[in-house]
Design a protein around this ligand. Structure first.
Ligand SMILES: C[S@@+](CC[C@H](N)C(=O)[O-])C[C@H]1O[C@@H](n2cnc3c(N)ncnc32)[C@H](O)[C@@H]1O
Length: 264
């Protein structure tokens, strides 16, 4: 009731997730307890999380985790919440073998850690300009059991990095500055702006990625970059102007353009 009144979309679903969190159980455990009265401490816990959600704090931030691909990732306001759309990139990258993967702007580590978990022989380098994001990615690497196969480095895109990779991936910030005010409050007010927008037309990161890619991609290697659903033409042009063949554009589960694939 309070969530609906605060304009929270999907209030009933969120209430169940928050109640399970407050009761320190899962959805099955919640079902088993539906007829039991809440203890005082549980009522306090529920009040606290409902108040947070009423301020449009994302459920993932309140419960501290978010499911992505085959794992649960720890998240907080230092990292972008991994999105289902980004699983399109992971699925495409897994279609062929790889040995060394570079993930630029790794955030929670969702992409590279999912890839490494699926390929036990592969190793990876994960970079981000945010050292707080990398702290979270390191914790996730430990939880997922791939920590010994991934290195983390603070870097401004390719600056200071070295080596060649047969797979390069990135989900860079791509929202245009002019679109920021229209975002849902859960995103605009709670997720790191550094992860959402590079400012301007939203394409700045692709220009840097296209210019740097030839120095880091192994011969015969592949690269996958997530894009905003209206950016396929502009991003393709950026890569073509940098000397690459016409990128392949892949759609997400909703049928929206979501990934450009280079060298596939
Ligand atoms: C859209 S988020 C993607 C996070 C994660 N890879 C995912 O898909 O959930 C973009 C990430 O790029 C990072 N980033 C922003 N500017 C950067 C820069 N100049 N160099 C490296 N990383 C940057 C942000 O800190 C953020 O973690």
């Amino acid at each position: 009731m309070m969530l609906s009144a605060a304009g929270v979309e999907g209030a009933a679903r969120d209430a169940r997730l928050l109640l399970a969190h407050a009761l320190e159980t899962d959805q099955a455990g919640l079902n088993a307890r539906l007829d039991e009265p809440l203890k005082q401490s549980e009522l306090f816990g529920m009040d606290r999380v409902v108040a947070a959600r009423s301020l449009h704090q994302p459920v993932s931030h309140i419960i501290g985790k978010r499911g992505f691909w085959n794992h649960e990732f720890l998240v907080n306001s230092d990292v972008l919440d991994p999105r289902p759309d980004t699983e399109t990139l992971v699925a495409a990258a897994l279609e062929q073998p790889f040995e060394r993967v570079l993930d630029l702007g790794t955030g929670s580590g969702a992409i590279i850690l999912s890839l490494l978990a699926e390929r036990p022989e592969a190793r990876g380098l994960a970079s981000d300009i945010s050292d707080k994001a990398l702290d979270m990615a390191r914790r996730n690497a430990g939880r997922i059991g791939v920590a010994e196969r991934v290195q983390f480095v603070v870097a401004d895109w390719f600056a200071g990095l070295s080596g060649r990779f047969d797979l390069i991936v990135s989900n860079p910030p791509y929202i245009a500055q002019s679109e920021m005010p229209d975002l849902a409050p859960e995103v605009r007010d709670w997720e790191p702006h550094l992860a959402l927008t590079p400012g301007g037309d939203g394409l700045a990161a692709y220009r840097i990625l296209a210019a740097g890619l030839p120095d880091f991609l192994s011969p015969g290697g592949r690269a996958y970059f997530e894009i905003g659903h209206k950016q396929a033409l502009d991003v393709s042009k950026i890569f073509i102007n940098a000397g690459f063949n016409q990128p392949e554009v892949l759609s997400d589960m909703s049928g929206h353009d979501r990934v450009v694939a280079i060298g596939v």
